[in-house]
Design a protein around this ligand. Structure first.
Ligand SMILES: CC(C)C[C@H](NC(=O)[C@@H](N)Cc1ccccc1)C(=O)O
Length: 639
């Protein structure tokens, strides 16, 4: 009886199970459903652009990255609404409705029948579909981005100050749910998930700890910073005594507590400056690495891209949390959050080195394409005898009947003359295409030449070939093809199939995901723990913005500054991230971890607000004792 009552307990409106507030169950399930919907839609977005709206690869990729960037910029808006106006709970509800409207709009934009008057299977009015889908995407970005910083921070709000261990576990489970949602979305259609997201969230309504918004906090922050800068400028003469921090120049007009809170937030935001570089590398999984996979052999491209990352997250997060981090701690090493994030960056850099090594292997097997000033020619002989082919001025090829030259011959000039040792000798001049590859087929001798088809009247024959990924073939079909049941068809391989197996990409996926666990999960926890109570969502939004900036860098750098060799680009990105991680580690060295609640309490005390705080503290201490008793109860149950 005692054990049961200690495991589930109701305290001042909060219900607990095993030391965790029950309300967080609804929050993590809500995140699972939301990510399920988001990733399910995102997975087919480029295909929708490419094959429904008929955009080219470049436009489809650019709009895709722009959409992802927007999804991570809108958190700022969500955070402002939550912290200054509606509070997190209502913001999540309202923006989820916007999100659902966006998904419906997007779904409608994919129905080609709406404008397909002539019923030919393609829309007649592309402008309508483009406008509708763009509207849908903007609403989705507003919904998904707007609620994102609120959900994580709202989850954190359910814990009390002394529950830091449980809080860290919550963020890990939260991250697991993100990835479980994205993994499942590749297997099941995500249609109804936004509605479920909302329902699950509302279901927990009675159990949440809801903190009220404290007025237009963002506006106050901006005004306070503006005043501090102006005041500092007004007192720039050396006759004025220096102040400890430039924000202290706002002391004359603004509340000490607000200034202390702004200092905390600015300190963290400053630390975020180098972080987008991590996301720049991370987000190339979906672009460069996907393209790399298409030049490799193996037929699990789509599975690899959409499932390897979440599967690895689902395995690595528990391993790190339960095994690696405690082990490092046992060895007496202080693996602080910022150190973890630095190591995470180094792992991402290693992933790119691994990608570069794989690329070098791929490059060895890739055909040698002509440069813009060169031309290439392959000669195929369908003549009945072996031919001696001379291509002016000094290229001599001996090509047997129904064979071809071993590879493409490269010329640094366009005009060639081809001579065959037939009787009489045949000579013909050709002008090749610059930068192109062409095949010259020497036709059969006129005496044996006959038109043929594979299915001709009653005659037909069947043949099957397995094509290798990335290969290109020419089939030589002799006139006797029907009499020998297609046996005489000769296959000429113009381009060899890809031979570097996709499994070679697994190390780079493993490294980048290890980096993600160290960097992203820790960053999420760090952003929450270092933020003052009324600016938790704002700092979550700042954290998500580093991802948006990373995506924008991918758009700019990867699209504009293409290096001639892909492996060199991978190495460039890896070195950039190593350089950035060194800068970050120096910044992290000078960062002192804070307890925002403690600082706030101290400032309040200085302002003469002790009695109220003392009361609160006493209450919290009581709760802490009660929680400890609960935990002991749970431990006893386990024993
Ligand atoms: C910026 C966010 C913290 C990113 C987070 N993403 C992930 O957790 C990814 N591992 C999910 C994923 C799934 C499939 C393919 C690529 C990435 C999020 O979505 O919140």
């Amino acid at each position: 009886k005692v054990q049961h009552s200690s495991a589930i307990k109701k305290k001042k409106g909060r219900r607990y199970c095993c030391g965790y507030p029950i309300s967080i169950f609804f929050i993590v399930v809500n995140e699972f459903c939301e990510r399920f919907s988001y990733y399910g839609m995102r997975a087919v977005l480029v295909l929708y652009f490419r094959y429904f709206l008929l955009w080219d690869d470049d436009l489809a990729t650019s709009i895709y990255h722009a959409f992802v960037a927007l999804c991570y910029l809108t958190p700022i808006l969500g955070a402002i609404i939550a912290d200054s106006w509606l509070g997190k709970f209502k913001t999540i509800i309202y923006l989820s409705i916007v999100y659902a409207i966006g998904q419906v709009t997007m779904a409608i934009s994919t129905i080609h029948d709406i404008t397909d008057a002539n019923r030919d299977g393609t829309p007649d009015n592309f402008t309508f579909h483009i406008a509708l889908s763009m509207l849908g995407l903007i609403l989705i970005a507003l919904g998904t981005g707007g609620i994102k910083p609120c959900v994580a921070a709202f989850g954190g709000d359910q814990f009390q100050e002394h529950q830091s261990r449980q809080l860290n576990t919550f963020f890990s489970v939260f991250y697991l749910c993100i990835n479980a949602g994205s993994l499942l979305s590749t297997l099941i259609t995500p249609l109804k998930s936004v509605a479920s997201t909302l329902m699950v969230f509302i279901a927990g309504s009675g159990m949440y700890v809801k903190t009220d918004p404290e007025g237009n906090i963002m506006w106050s922050v901006c005004k306070c910073i503006g005043f501090a800068i102006k005041n500092r400028f007004r007192h720039r003469s050396s006759s004025y005594p220096k102040r400890e921090h430039w924000m202290d120049w706002a002391n004359e007009k603004y509340d000490k507590l607000l200034i202390a809170q702004i200092k905390m937030v600015l300190k963290v935001l400053f630390l975020y400056i180098p972080l987008p570089m991590f996301w720049t590398l991370f987000d190339q999984k979906g672009s460069r690495w996907t393209l790399q996979a298409t030049t490799m052999s193996g037929d699990f491209v789509s599975i690899l891209i959409s499932t390897v990352n979440p599967i690895l997250i689902l395995t690595l997060v528990p391993i790190m949390d339960r095994l690696i981090f405690p082990l490092i701690q046992k060895c007496g090493l202080n693996f602080s959050p910022l150190k973890r994030m630095t190591v995470g960056m180094l792992f991402a850099a290693m992933a790119f080195v691994s990608a570069a090594l794989v690329q070098i292997e791929i490059d060895k097997t890739l055909p040698n394409f002509p440069s813009s000033s060169e031309s290439q020619l392959k000669v195929v002989n369908t003549y009945s005898t072996t031919l001696n082919v001379t291509i002016s001025p000094n290229e001599h090829l001996l090509i047997e009947s129904f064979g071809s030259s071993a590879d493409y011959v490269t010329f640094d000039h366009q005009d060639i003359t081809v001579s065959l040792n037939t009787n009489p000798v045949i000579t013909k001049a050709f002008s090749l295409i610059k930068g192109g590859r062409q095949t010259l087929i020497i036709p059969s001798d006129p005496t044996v030449m006959r038109d043929f088809v594979l299915r001709h009247g009653e005659q037909w024959c069947e043949f099957s070939r397995k094509f290798g990924f990335g290969a290109s073939y020419t089939f030589l079909i002799p006139s006797t093809v029907f009499s020998d049941d297609c046996e005489s068809i000769t296959e000429v391989e113009d381009m060899k199939p890809n031979s570097v197996h996709m499994a070679l990409q697994i190390p780079q996926y493993f490294l980048i995901t290890t980096g993600e666990v160290m960097f992203s999960v820790t960053g999420l926890q760090f952003s929450y723990s270092q933020a003052p109570k009324n600016m938790k969502s704002v700092l979550q939004a700042g954290w998500l913005c580093t991802n948006a900036v990373g995506n924008i860098i991918v758009l700019i750098v990867a699209e504009l500054g293409k290096l001639p060799k892909q492996w060199a680009e991978y190495l460039l990105f890896a070195s950039l991230l190593v350089a950035v991680s060194i800068i970050f580690s120096i910044m992290a060295y000078f960062y002192t971890y804070i307890d925002p609640a403690e600082i706030e309490a101290q400032v309040r005390k200085e302002q003469g607000l002790e009695p109220e705080e003392m009361e609160k503290e006493t209450l919290e201490m009581e709760e802490k004792d009660e929680d400890q008793k609960n935990e002991q109860g749970v431990k006893q149950t386990k024993i």
